[in-house]
Design a protein around this ligand. Sequence first.
Ligand code: ZN
Length: 149
Amino acid sequence: MEELKIRPIEDGTVIDHIPRGQSLNVLRVLGVDTSTRDVVSVAMNVPSDAMGRKDIVKVEDREIGSKEADIIALIAPDATVNVVRDFEVRDKYEVSMPDEIRGVLNCPNPNCITNTREPVETVFDVRDGEIRCDYCGTVLTDEVAEYLG
Ligand SMILES: [Zn+2]
């Protein structure tokens, strides 16, 4: 059992086994920026038996929902989410690749209906590692985090 290299939290979520260098993208998925009021800790380049080096993100007083976990899966497919209450891990699960992503990513095609006729919720299909806009067929080619709203 690998220990978490950061101090325990009372309540919140610890996302472990993030590929090194991806923790900031995970924060973007979670909507953490300079205006956030959550207590957030990031550990980068933590030694890991399985991964060599990994990143860990800890968000206090917030439980990560499945919609956010789905997007995290695209960035960090081996991530584990630990939901902590009263200093104990109450729920632990591995993220799983979604079949479909709704309303989170923006389509890069300026002529896509999701960009021209707002509000139309974006829908992307995930298949064979490819993320494709359900409306215009555009395939996302950059890092997923680049398409976050
Ligand atoms: Zn599109």
